[in-house]
Design a protein around this ligand. Structure first.
Ligand code: NAD
Length: 415
């Protein structure tokens, strides 16, 4: 039995074939949502599509029965693509590579059971909150399991097709506008009717990264008047490109762009000046979408309780940073807070509410990651000189090799 690729499994076209599912709306990507793959015998060129590989008998793909249903993928679609539908236990027993949406460590429903089922020599790939829960990688390493954390895919051009955070952010930005629109007491587009003119809603997007730009584009399509702000100077052109107006604050933002295009953490002094300048802008808005995040750190507070109290009653804030503390001081994760007539929503795991496309994109990201890992001979190849492998591998050969995670765990740097 080789570790031939299950990779293109996830790309088998249509992606429904083995689309990674499990972004079901009822939970954080737990069953029925996880995709498992097993490989059984033979060698094949890891870069070929799984359909060919399956046809050649080179690889077996196991999918947990019912895994895709909640996301709109029937078992029959997987079976048609050549996968074998099995129960969860069999997946863990037989698979050499296990791909999940959320792995144990994050999966609150059957994560513990999955962890107990993982065996030495298996590769686990999925989202596992490596920076929030680094001890989990240590546990996997202790069990002899290798693990790739999809959240850590580096932000470099050649890894773009593997970048799950971008995929999920795009979906979250879109959905945030729909959530806001359905909560707002107003319509978004301007309408001239026999009963008078209805003014277009004003939408303000704070943080113009992947989610923010998608929010701008979606709000524009719905007919809103859209403005956006970001701490990174480079965001200005991007805001304009999606038809929104950039808001500029007269405060120094040198050094706002950190490594890999992400924002750098700003000083408390900067954030205070930013809030002062932002209060007036917020007071004019009907909808505010906040998306500002700093990788691995708590989200900056951009909207204080005082600023909320200055906003118009009936306005709505959708805080996409809620999972990491929120950009609004009043946000409560998964709850609706109403303050002075302003509704503040802190939705949890927004991509899970668009599971069909979230799964399709996630599946493709995983497939591309595995394609990268598997060589022409169909063997798993952990190239420890490669930035993508080094940046993503969190458990390997009984250790946690990842530099940042070793720091978080208080482990000495690896020689
Ligand atoms: P993110 O989710 O980490 O943050 C969202 C946005 O919030 C960012 O634009 C950030 O600048 C902004 N922000 C942070 N602190 C802020 C503050 N105090 N005030 C206002 N805004 C603040 O970022 P993201 O959306 O994942 O992407 C950020 C950048 O990286 C974008 O330019 C994106 O195009 C780029 N990117 C590059 C690649 C790649 O090269 N492979 C992949 C994805 C994204």
């Amino acid at each position: 039995m080789t570790l031939a690729s299950l990779l293109p499994a996830l790309a088998a076209s249509p992606s429904a074939a083995v689309a990674v599912t499990g972004l079901a709306s009822d939970s954080r990507c737990v069953a029925p949502g996880d995709l498992f793959l097993a490989l059984a015998g033979g060698r094949f060129d890891g870069r070929r599509y799984i359909g060919q590989a399956i046809a050649a008998g080179a690889v077996a793909v196991l999918v947990e029965a019912g895994a895709g249903l909640a996301a709109g993928y029937a078992d029959a679609a997987y079976a048609d693509a050549g996968a074998t539908l099995v129960d969860r236990a069999r997946v863990f027993a037989d698979a050499q590579i296990i791909a999940q949406v959320q792995t144990a460590g994050q999966n609150r429903v059957n994560g513990d059971q999955d962890l107990a089922s993982l065996k030495s020599g298996q590769l686990l790939i999925g989202m596992m909150d490596p920076l929030g829960n680094p001890a989990f990688a240590q546990q996997l390493a202790g069990q002899g399991v290798s693990a790739m954390a999809m959240e850590l895919i580096p932000r470099i051009s050649r890894a773009q097709s593997m970048d799950v955070l971008s995929s999920m952010a795009m979906i979250a930005g879109y959905k945030a506008v729909l959530i806001a629109a359905s909560t707002s007491p107003r319509m978004l587009p301007m309408n001239m009717t026999a009963a008078g003119t209805l003014n277009a809603a004003r939408v303000f997007v704070m943080g113009a990264g992947v989610a923010g730009l998608q929010a701008c584009a979606t709000a524009r399509r719905l007919g809103g008047i859209v403005e956006a702000y970001d701490v990174r100077a480079a965001a200005r052109e991007q805001i304009l490109s999606v038809g929104a107006k950039p808001i500029e604050l007269k405060i120094e933002t040198a050094g706002a762009e950190g490594k890999g295009g992400y924002a750098a953490e700003q000083s408390e002094e900067f954030l205070r000046k930013q809030r002062e300048a932002m209060g007036d802008v917020l007071a004019q808005q009907d909808i505010v979408i906040t998306t500002a995040a700093i990788p691995g750190a708590k989200s900056p507070v951009l909207v204080t309780a005082d600023m909320v109290r200055r906003m118009k009653p009936g306005s709505v804030i959708v805080d996409l940073a809620a999972e990491r503390g929120g950009n609004c001081e009043l946000t409560q994760l998964g709850k609706v807070v109403v303050e002075n007539g302003v509704t503040i929503l802190g939705p949890d795991n927004v991509p899970a509410t668009v599971p069909f496309h979230a799964s399709q994109m996630y599946g493709k990201n995983v497939e591309n990651t595995l394609s990268h890992l598997i060589n022409k001979e169909g063997q798993l190849n952990y190239d420890l000189e490669d930035e993508i492998v080094v940046g993503t591998l969190v458990a390997y050969q009984g250790e946690v090799p990842h530099k940042r995670m070793r720091e978080l765990l208080g482990l000495a740097p690896k020689a």
